[in-house]
Design a protein around this ligand. Structure first.
Ligand code: NAD
Length: 418
């Protein structure tokens, strides 16, 4: 079994092998699911502001096409590796299948340090990367989206580059675009809204009352801040602790996420928020609470701290915040973990809505987005929960059994070509 120290791709393959074994898949099918269908590595030059040429390396990995076009983000990071991109592409396949979106998984990125690049350098690098991966992307082939250190502006450049090359506007080539270019309403908060719907359903099946219930959120970026806001405003939970990379704050009487957000905008950190006590990020994860939301980075809950987690529900806002070893510990403690492939799938679901709207050139209201997201997340949660009960497994294993099972079914129905 993969351990806390395993690389992401090793973890991802280990998961497929375990679930493949439980589903009784033959080795050929497990091999097929363990490897990406297509991988492209591109090395390309960019003219920097000082006139020098710098060569960047980028990737696009498409894991599986069985259920539809590929979908997945683009990450800009100095430590990006092909193995990491492979794992992220595979997880996207399972995430899309878990919530029933007609997509396979993909991921891409460029090895670069966007914090040290000017807007002009970022734009030239993005446009050249988009041109380099153009042979394998397309609105019916593979639809990129933002991921770490890429945003709506980067998507706008990709959309324009692709459109310039084909000679007409193709909004459906990427999602997470600005609204004037065919972006969707509700995309900004989509991941957190989906998470909130999952927490609502989990509390209901666990028989937990909302009155007096508390939530603790690690990470105060897009996912963490919107999750804290929605858990408070829509479910009435008391937010007792919040954190970002600089540290954590605690107020048992309840923190107001909007006011903490304004404080962070002013000062750059959640620390120093009036009336709150400062605690460490480690202590935050071990606090007594109804719901713990890890919404920062991978490997937050490991075999080193899992036995001290006291939440009743862990709602994975981040991708991969719990290691496989920690999963076992949480399960033994009777803590319900809502796995990332389900819990943070609201983001890709509204991306799917954006793509559908772009293909139809017909746009939906906020209320329509919320209703459809609620419907998809509620149904997906119920399906995973029912499978966990029927197969007597934890929620992550249940989600994987369903997701892998559906990709296998699609593969078998299509047959092995030729
Ligand atoms: P973000 O960059 O907006 O925010 C990340 C936050 O985590 C920041 O507040 C940062 O200060 C904090 N952080 C970093 N290291 C920390 C640490 N050691 N302890 C506590 N806080 C720390 O990123 P995001 O978009 O909110 O994404 C967060 C996670 O959610 C990532 O794992 C991402 O892959 C996942 N995710 C995001 C989306 C989305 O729609 N944005 C969708 C699905 C999954």
């Amino acid at each position: 079994m993969a351990s806390d120290q395993s690389g992401p791709y090793q973890v991802a393959v280990g998961q497929v092998q375990r679930v493949g074994g439980m589903l009784g898949l033959d080795q050929g099918m497990i091999d097929l699911l363990s490897r990406p269908k297509r991988e492209l590595t591109v090395n390309f030059p960019v003219t920097m502001d000082d006139g020098t040429i710098k060569v960047f390396t980028g990737f696009r990995v498409q894991h599986n096409f069985a259920r539809g076009p590929c979908k997945g983000g683009i990450r800009y990071h100095p430590a990006l590796t092909l193995d990491e991109v492979r794992a992220l592409a595979m997880w996207m396949t399972w995430k899309c299948a878990t919530v029933g979106l007609p997509y396979g998984g993909a991921k891409g990125g460029v090895i670069c340090d966007p914090k040290r690049m000017s807007p002009g350098e970022l734009e030239r690098m993005t446009r050249r990367y988009a041109s380099e991966i153009m042979p394998i992307i397309g609105p019916h082939v593979d639809i990129p989206a933002p991921d770490m250190y890429t945003n709506a502006q980067v998507m706008a450049w990709i959309m324009d580059t692709y459109s310039m090359n084909v000679g007409y506007s193709v909004p459906g080539i990427v999602t997470g675009k600005p609204i004037p270019l065919g972006g969707s309403k509700g995309r900004e908060e989509a991941t957190s809204r989906g998470l909130m719907y999952c927490v609502r359903e989990a509390m209901a099946v666990e028989g937990l009352k909302r009155a007096g219930a508390t939530a603790v959120v690690q990470g105060f970026g897009n996912v963490g801040w919107n999750a804290a806001r929605l858990l408070k405003d829509e479910l009435g939970l008391t937010i007792t602790a919040l954190s970002d990379s600089s540290g954590a704050i605690l107020d048992k009487a309840g923190l107001d996420p909007v006011s903490v957000y304004e404080h962070k905008q002013r000062t750059g950190s959640v620390l120093g928020y009036p009336g709150a006590t400062e605690i460490s990020n480690e202590d935050l994860l071990e606090m007594e609470c109804t719901v713990l939301v890890p919404a920062a980075m991978e490997n937050a809950i490991t075999s080193a701290n899992a036995d001290r987690v006291k939440a009743r529900i862990v709602a994975e806002g981040a991708n991969g915040p719990t290691t496989p070893e920690a999963d076992l510990v949480l399960d033994e403690k009777g803590i319900m973990l809502i796995p990332d492939v389900l819990c943070n799938a609201g983001g890709v679901t509204v991306s799917y809505f954006e793509w559908v709207q772009d293909l139809q050139f017909h746009f939906w209201s906020n209320a329509q987005i919320r209703d459809r997201l609620n419907e998809i997340m509620t149904y997906a949660f119920a399906r995973v929960y029912a499978t966990a009960g029927a197969k007597e497994v934890d929620m992550r294993t249940a989600a994987y059994l369903l997701a892998v099972g559906e990709v296998v079914q699609a593969t078998k129905l299509r047959g092995i070509y030729p």
